[in-house]
Design a protein around this ligand. Structure first.
Ligand SMILES: Nc1ncnc2c1ncn2[C@@H]1O[C@H](COP(=O)(O)OP(=O)(O)OP(=O)(O)O)[C@@H](O)[C@H]1O
Length: 980
């Protein structure tokens, strides 16, 4: 049926140019330079106006090995996601030219920086640089990668003094960390003694090169120099570098000597470097971690948050957890009364004709919703083939603590708190993982022995295959292998778990099986996919246009037998994926929702039914909201947001959208909607969702009453100040000691509230420590975001609030709502709340709820239970707060609110009138200046600048920039804004 319905959607390879690929995606800016094999060109990407570098590598004159190296660079870059490493976005091979798209570092290279430095760098600055390069190397070493070409020229800089390690042209991914590489590569000055001597080497060769860079930073000269290569080699092997100026601390001099030890084993690892006393004194390391995060998150927010303007933080006063199902003939959500207090559901799963629910008590319940000839073949695990219509406990699992379950088409798998896996239902494709030893239909749960010694963190069932993630982060798959969905390099079926090789040392965080596809999400927010890419539902197709020497092209990939990076998603930090039958969805760290695949029934949620060959961002009513959960059915999508709304869209036949259609028209899309539409009439905070075929099941906490605090965290107007608005949490260190990028799903960006014009927004521009200000040069720590501390007087400027049972319309950006802190009318109780950093900046839904996963070594059971504990604690603390605030809360009367709003509006009107007058006078002044001739241009420029500054301060977009060379007339723009 699917194939027939979607026939018109099928893409043929190579695809002819369509609407999308005729658009220019890239605008040429300039050629950055030429390397040995091609040039690096700067482009502006029209999609988000970001600057990117396309490195063209001419492979025609490359030897076989060099070709491999180039491809190696691409593969390796795509695995990495770290602030101090150049980010990889895309690549393609066009005949003999390999095109690689990567992040642009706008501040030159460290080599240039050293070359133009006249006085010695202050120690603090050297420390700052060393910290960043050591962090970058720690990241790549953790992935089993040796860079092998660390040198000042390959360390790029941003204008904010962030360093980014790039040019992985000759890096080599080692299969295991213990392996020693033996090929002779590198740049003479930075070659390690072991490479010069032709011996094997490991990650410590990068430490040597880093030692050379450090020496260069400390002395402004090369560590080893000679008039010829042979002499240089001799000097390197002798390993007797020169002296470092005694103005540097003993710690620093000791460290550089350690790094330049001839014997690799005597050199510190990059982790040791970061733990050296150079960094541990005075909380220096923590400050630098924070600094890197802040500088990077500022830049990233500019790119990613451009249309997000409102952050809504629901404060749930009371709630009841309920389980709802709909679809399969049930046109509105049906409540399952079984799951009430004492049996509250924590996780749900939908199969084609059955459901499974895991409760807080670690019990498993199953039941059926059989339609159209579907049969019960044991998928309920009840010991018979009855189609129980109401939830029934799986008695055979009595005494076993079930913490997660997943449903395939006609089978079920359940994970215990000890990491064991139980399976039941159809074993036709070998999905029960027991080598078909139990027959085709297994009516009671059996243990998948294979995992007895390999505890499992989570499983995900596709239509007829399974993917499992162990607590050691190994991935296993089994079942039907058609289209390569098992990621095992073939289409073979397997009736027992098979270990999946993923490229590089990925740290897999979650696994998701679709009907005939599979996704993996890494700890660094990367997405890998394999299986059928029909309709581009894996997002593996790519297209380019606007590149010089390059015709617009679509690279259509029908299926993948091994896991590959989903390149169009590399720009985002993905935390959750849902794989549907015809389309897929992904949520990023900021709660933005992306969809890709077939759009025949509007299932991509972008307002039309047209075919899309790219990744879509679902905005519309979701703009400014944080999506916390998403699930894809066959032709529909359901998503839940943090402000307690549930939306559905796509094909509504058979009740899949959980809402009645009042506007049924004619034609193929008569029962479809292409934009998200709310599903419940009241507020429901959804902690877990699952859809398959045409069924959906959800755990919804009915929010009986909620107060919504809204904060403008980002709007086009205040984007330039975004980096000052976000207060970062320090990067997270995982139990196994690995550094996770701050952008990893595990870190929680603390959203603080501020506005243009607030004092908080000003740059201090001052050095961070006395040590710097006393330094020889005028170097300063990069501008640092001032943590926002709401002041007791008007500190909450920027919040508006409601107290109703309905959510806010969301996204409203009322004029003047961001007034001066001193003039804030925010009531005291709210100010007090805002000062409670634990309460406001960490909404419980910052991380989308996903199937439970227990990290290795993590005490206290699966994370979902920890989450529940946290939620309970949060609820208790909220109750306490409620008591304290009960007095103040009285002013939350409607009349008070209306009065406040009116006052605010009056203030805004006054401000606007004042502004208009000021502008008129400036207009007059400018006109008179214009008449004074060319020699007045300088003055005009200053006036333009003033007008532009006002516009920015007043949050008026499209500012006047005529004075510094742009085409727009600022006053015209301004008037237009006002009249609007
Ligand atoms: N991501 C980037 N951001 C900013 N500048 C870059 C980036 N990548 C390359 N460049 C600049 O572009 C120029 C050419 O770079 P390219 O990598 O092609 O050659 P190379 O590194 O100089 O030589 P080779 O690749 O042969 O080692 C260099 O000046 C480099 O600084």
């Amino acid at each position: 049926m699917a194939t027939d319905l979607e026939a018109s959607d099928v893409q043929t390879a190579p695809t002819g140019a369509n609407e999308a690929c005729q658009e220019t995606s890239y605008l040429f800016v300039k050629v950055l330079g030429r390397g040995a094999f091609g040039e690096a060109v700067l482009y502006r990407k029209t999609e988000d106006n970001s600057l990117v570098v396309w490195k063209e590598v001419n492979l025609a004159r490359l030897g076989e090995k060099e070709r491999r190296d180039a491809m190696n660079e691409v593969e390796i870059l795509s695995l990495l996601n770290n602030t101090n490493v150049i980010t990889y976005y895309n690549h393609f091979l066009d005949q003999d030219t390999l095109f690689i798209e990567m992040e642009y570092a706008n501040g030159g290279s460290l080599h240039d920086k050293i070359a133009t430095q006249t006085d010695l760098f202050p120690e603090q600055q050297v420390r700052w640089y060393l910290f960043q390069i050591a962090s970058a190397l720690t990241h790549i070493h953790n992935y089993g990668i040796i860079h092998r070409d660390v040198k000042a020229m390959n360390i790029f800089m941003t204008k904010t003094d962030l360093l980014k390690l790039g040019d992985f042209g000759i890096s080599k991914l080692l299969e295991s960390k213990g392996e020693m590489a033996d090929s002779l590569v590198g740049t003479p000055y930075y070659l390690s003694p072991e490479i010069v001597q032709g011996a094997s080497y490991d990650q410590k060769t990068d430490v040597w090169a880093l030692g050379c860079v450090l020496f260069e930073l400390l002395t402004l000269t090369k560590t080893f120099q000679a008039t010829n290569q042979l002499r240089l080699a001799y000097e390197i092997v002798r390993s007797e570098q020169g002296e470092v100026d005694p103005c540097f601390s003993n710690h620093m001099r000791e460290l550089v000597n350690l790094m330049l030890q001839k014997e690799p084993k005597n050199r510190p690892s990059t982790m040791d470097i970061l733990d050296h006393s150079v960094f541990t004194a005075d909380d220096c390391k923590a400050n630098m971690e924070k600094q890197v995060w802040e500088l990077n998150s500022g830049a990233r927010k500019l790119r990613l948050q451009s249309s997000s303007s409102v952050e809504t933080v629901p404060v749930i006063k009371s709630k009841v957890t309920e389980v709802y199902q709909w679809g399969g003939g049930k046109r509105t959500p049906q409540k399952q009364d079984m799951f009430v207090k004492g049996k509250s559901a924590i996780q749900v799963a939908a199969g084609s004709a059955h459901f499974a629910v895991v409760t807080m008590e670690k019990e498993l319940y199953t039941w059926a919703n059989v339609q159209g000839g579907a049969q019960i073949v044991g998928q309920l695990g009840q010991g018979n083939k009855s189609a129980y219509k109401a939830p029934k406990k799986v008695e055979a699992l009595e005494g076993v603590g079930i913490i997660q379950a997943s449903c395939g088409e006609d089978f079920t798998l359940a994970v215990t708190d000890e990491g064991q896996v139980h399976a039941f239902g159809s074993d036709y494709y070998g999905c029960l993982g027991c080598d078909n030893e139990e027959g085709d239909e297994v009516l009671v749960p059996i243990l998948v022995d294979y995992f007895n010694t390999r505890p499992v963190a989570e499983v995900s069932c596709g239509q007829c295959h399974v993917i499992a993630l162990t607590r050691d982060r190994d991935v296993y798959s089994w079942g039907c292998g058609e289209f390569g969905r098992l990621g095992l390099g073939s289409e073979d079926d397997f009736a027992s778990p098979q270990k999946v090789e993923t490229p590089g040392k990925h740290f897999i965080k979650h696994v998701y099986a679709g009907s005939d596809s599979t996704f993996l999400v890494t700890t660094s927010g990367r997405v890998l996919a394999c299986g059928s890419n029909e309709y581009n539902k894996l997002g593996l197709n790519s297209e380019t246009s606007g590149l010089r020497k390059q015709k617009p092209k679509i690279y259509d990939i029908p299926c993948k037998y091994t896991f590959s990076t989903v390149k169009p998603l590399l720009r985002f930090n993905i935390v959750t994926v849902s794989a549907g039958h015809t389309h897929s969805a992904a949520i990023d760290l900021y709660g933005k929702l992306y969809t890709f695949g077939s759009n025949k029934y509007g299932q991509l949620g972008v307002g039309d039914f047209k075919k899309k060959s790219w990744i879509c961002r679902v905005s519309g009513v979701l703009t400014g909201k944080r999506v916390i959960n998403v699930t894809c059915g066959t032709y529909f999508t359901v998503a839940a947001t943090s402000d307690s709304q549930v939306y559905s869209w796509g094909n509504g036949a058979n009740g899949t959208l959980g809402a009645e259609f009042l506007d049924q028209g004619k034609g193929p899309n008569s029962q479809s909607i292409s934009l998200p539409r709310t599903l419940f009439g009241s507020l429901h905070l959804v902690s877990h969702l699952s859809a398959r075929h045409w069924h959906t099941i959800a755990i919804a906490e009915k929010v009986l009453n909620q107060k919504t605090l809204k904060s403008r965290i980002s709007s086009p107007k205040c984007e330039k100040n975004l980096h000052k608005v976000f207060v970062p949490s320090p990067p997270v260190v995982e139990e196994d000691g690995l550094f996770l990028d701050s952008d990893d799903g595990l870190s929680k960006p603390r959203v603080c509230i501020n506005y243009l014009g607030n004092e908080e927004m000003k740059d201090s521009g001052k050095p961070d420590s006395p040590e710097i200000s006393e330094s020889k040069s005028d170097w300063k720590m990069p501008p640092r975001a001032k943590p926002f501390t709401p002041s007791p007087v008007g500190g909450a400027a920027g919040y508006s609030y409601q107290d109703s049972g309905r959510p806010s319309s969301g996204g409203s950006d009322r004029p003047g709502s961001g007034g001066n802190r001193e003039e804030s009318n925010i009531p005291d109780w709210l100010q007090a709340e805002l000062q409670d950093a634990d309460f406001i900046p960490f909404p419980p839904d910052v991380l989308p709820v996903s199937p439970p996963i227990q990290h290795p070594g993590q005490p206290g059971g699966p994370s979902i239970y920890a989450d529940m504990e946290e939620m309970k604690e949060a609820e208790n603390s909220m109750k306490e707060q409620k008591l304290i605030k009960s007095k103040n809360t009285e002013i939350l009367e409607k009349d008070e609110l209306i009065a406040l709003l009116k006052q605010k509006l009056t203030d805004v009107e006054l401000e606007n009138t004042e502004l208009k007058e000021q502008l008129k006078s400036q207009e007059k002044r400018m006109k008179s200046l214009e008449t004074q001739g060319d020699n007045e241009t300088f003055l005009q420029q200053r006036i333009w600048h003033h007008i532009w500054t006002w516009q920015q301060e007043c949050g008026i977009s499209g500012g006047a920039t005529g004075g510094d060379g742009s085409e727009t007339n600022g006053i015209e723009h301004l008037n237009l804004q006002e009249s609007e």
